[in-house]
Design a protein around this ligand. Structure first.
Ligand code: ATP
Ligand code: AZ7
Length: 324
């Protein structure tokens, strides 16, 4: 039997020895337990490699960060936020799972689920755009994953097709939690415990200097206006993603970031001709300037756009639709 202390790299294994005694061995996972393979990609502060556990032969993605670089670039906070956030999000198929973290003298290591089919953005670019069946399936898996994150008090804050990875069966694995926000535990019975998703008191960035702004095309108006991100900010990004899956481009895109921000604040976007009406209706209820007026997740699940979707385990067990 094997259980592991979340996030630490300590694994305890129980075995029964020859005299019938139960023995618990403490095993520390480290670099030498893995065979490293091809490079899956590079980040600003990281390299992600495919790797195989030499004992179990299980395949992982290992994100390697250079300590000196992390310290020099003042990214220590982001690395520890990524670790703490992933440690809270361990029970959902749509979130890249963190198995262990460890370090050696030079580097830090995140041992993660391997998402071997790359980024949703890459697949979307290859297809041009998705048909309604594919947009509905990927929209549903992303929404189900966001609902789980929010239920665990986590706001992603940088949802976009690059951060939606795909596993070998073409199911969603959301990644990149270094810029997520972990909401303070709601006070039991206190005024704040009835928070609405768009309620600015729901643990939004209270410090004056905003610590993080997402990616221009998906940034919410409240983050641009009041420097406050809330759960509903992820629903704004979700609306942008659904639009992009069907249109092949995001709703707010201009020649530079400043002009993109102007379009967002002015809600200046249009739908291409022949854009499916049921998708248009959903998007119009998500791309709403006032966060509290955006459709809450339970209402999104019941929207006509998702008619026919089996929510829950069925969604994750079914075969992903063939991209056409
Ligand atoms: N679990 C994973 N499985 C497969 N590929 C991954 C996984 N995690 C990241 N990658 C790929 O590795 C690359 C680097 O990812 P990483 O998260 O280290 O940096 P990033 O977030 O893409 O870049 P930045 O740090 O600049 O935001 C990305 O292109 C991503 O597609
Ligand atoms: O063992 C743990 O889980 C806790 C450590 C905490 C930690 N040790 C660090 C050392 C350095 Cl130099 C930089 C960062 Cl960001 C560091 N973060 C850790 C190790 C590896 C990773 Cl990927 C994240 C955090």
């Amino acid at each position: 039997e094997e259980w592991q202390d979340r996030g630490a790299s300590v694994i305890r294994q129980q075995e029964v020895d020859s005299s019938g005694q139960t023995v618990t061995r403490t095993v520390k996972k480290g670099v030498k337990d893995f065979n490293f393979g091809r490079t899956l990609g590079e980040g600003s502060y990281s390299t992600v490699l495919a790797a195989t556990d030499r004992q179990t032969l299980k395949e992982y993605a290992i994100k390697v960060l250079d300590k000196r670089h992390i310290i020099k670039e003042k990214k220590v906070k982001y690395v520890n936020i990524e670790r703490d956030t992933l440690n809270r999000l361990t029970e959902h198929p749509g979130i890249v799972r963190l198995y262990y973290t460890f370090q050696d003298e030079r580097s830090l290591y995140f041992v993660l689920d391997l998402a071997s089919s790359g980024e949703l953005l890459g697949v979307l670019k290859k297809m041009g755009s998705f048909d309604m069946e594919c947009a509905r399936f990927y929209g549903a898996e992303i929404l189900d994953s966001v609902a789980y994150m929010h239920s665990r008090g986590v706001i992603h804050r940088d949802l976009k097709p690059e951060n939606v990875l795909l596993d070998k069966d073409m199911h969603v694995k959301i990644t990149d939690f270094g810029t997520a926000k972990i909401l303070p535990e709601p006070r039991v019975g206190g005024a704040g415990s009835q928070e609405a998703p768009g309620d600015p008191t729901d643990g939004a960035e209270t410090d004056r200097a905003v610590s993080f702004v997402g990616t221009a095309e998906y940034v919410s108006p409240e983050l641009l206006r009041d420097k406050n991100a809330c759960k509903a900010s992820d629903l704004w990004a979700f609306g942008c993603i659904i639009y992009q899956l069907l249109a092949g481009r995001p709703p707010f895109k201009a020649a530079n970031e400043y002009l993109t921000f102007q379009k967002i604040l002015a809600l200046d976007y249009t739908f291409p001709d022949a854009f499916p009406e049921v998708a248009r209706d959903l998007i119009e209820r998500l791309l709403v300037l006032e966060p509290a007026n955006r459709l809450p997740i339970e209402h999104i699940r019941n929207h006509r756009f998702f008619d026919g979707v089996q929510w829950g385990k069925g969604l994750w067990r079914q075969k992903a639709p063939r991209l056409k």
